[in-house]
Design a protein around this ligand. Structure first.
Ligand code: CP
Ligand code: NVA
Length: 306
């Protein structure tokens, strides 16, 4: 591995051209898989997955992606490593650099992933922090691209908590030229730390009214009101967000062909009702499938261009 290793810590680590290259690669990987064709981009490489939070989609799609690229995934629950007993990120990272060829990290603080990336000698991938979820959003814009044929100029409405998924959706929209509209209760808007990174301010609109950006939305996206680590706030947030539930009434004036998206896992009956998440507009399972193809494309880009 060259010293010019590349990380993926946030969606802004890629240019618009690189994102479209990943989309094209993902499309290729998706069709190759149907034909039973696999690549050997990660041959003889072991990629670690260090997770401090639960996961179904991210863990499994990365493990399968790494295996199907000819590599070996090695899952580590943070709680079973010496980090849980206070070993520093620096020491852990220096040691793991000698064994592994890459690290996929899911944890709380974005700064921790950044600290790993500084000393780890190989690519580090952010598999979700409290601040960002870039792998999710890379794949979600691929899903939109696949379903709508393009992404630039589309209207994407996010209704709910200004959380990690919302933050990455905003930053991705800024790169891809998407009109991004966010409806969230006051006090739950995306943080200034994210808003100040938005270059094309005209593309971003925010409002507290849940129905404000429904009528011309090409995509309506929501996520849980209670992210991992926020369980104590559950009762209070459930009350505050009640009006932000995506249900048939809220969607009454929506376009016929809008896409309903959710990164999953969903709290059915909270942020979305069954009749919406199970409707013909919903693409949530395709979204989840595309995590696999996009992460293969991501790994391919990080490894083959070095
Ligand atoms: N969407 C997503 O990241 O799901 P998991 O928490 O199951 O990985
Ligand atoms: N916002 C959610 C996303 C889960 C994939 C969380 O952080 O728990």
């Amino acid at each position: 591995m060259s010293i010019l290793k590349r990380d993926f810590l946030g969606i802004k680590d890629f240019t618009v051209e690189e994102i479209y290259r990943i989309f094209n690669l993902a499309k290729q990987y998706k069709s190759d898989r149907k034909k039973g064709k696999f690549s050997s981009v990660l041959e003889n490489k072991t990629v670690g997955l260090l997770f401090n939070k639960p996961s179904t989609r991210t863990r499994v799609s990365f493990e399968v992606a790494i295996s199907e690229l000819g590599g070996r995934p090695l899952y580590m629950s943070g709680a079973t490593t010496q980090i849980s007993r206070g070993e520093t990120i620096r020491d852990t990272s220096d040691v793991l650099s000698r064994y592994l060829s890459g690290l996929v990290i899911r944890t709380y603080k974005q700064e921790d992933v950044e600290e790993f990336a500084k000393s780890f000698s190989h690519p580090v991938i952010n598999a979700l922090t409290d601040l960002l979820h870039p792998c999710q959003i890379l794949s979600d814009y691929f899903t939109i691209y696949e379903k709508k044929g393009h992404v630039e100029g589309l209207n994407v409405t996010y209704i709910g908590d200004g959380n990690n998924v919302c933050n990455s959706l905003i930053l991705g929209a800024d790169i891809l030229g998407v009109n991004i509209r966010v409806s969230s209760p006051s006090g739950y808007r995306p943080p200034e730390q994210i808003l100040k990174l938005v270059k094309n301010k005209k593309l971003l609109e925010m409002d507290t009214r849940p129905g404000r950006f429904i009528s011309d939305a090409d995509v309506i996206y929501t996520d849980t009101w209670i992210s991992m680590g926020e369980e104590k706030a559950m009762a209070a947030k459930k009350k505050i967000f009640r009006k932000y539930q995506i249900n048939k009434e809220l969607l009454a004036g929506a376009k016929k062909d809008f896409l309903f998206m959710h990164c999953l896992p969903a709290h059915r009956g909270w942020e979305v009702t069954d009749d919406v998440i199970d409707s013909k507009n919903s693409v949530v399972i395709d979204q989840a499938e595309n995590r696999l193809h996009c992460q293969k494309a991501l790994l391919h880009s990080l490894y083959s261009e070095l």
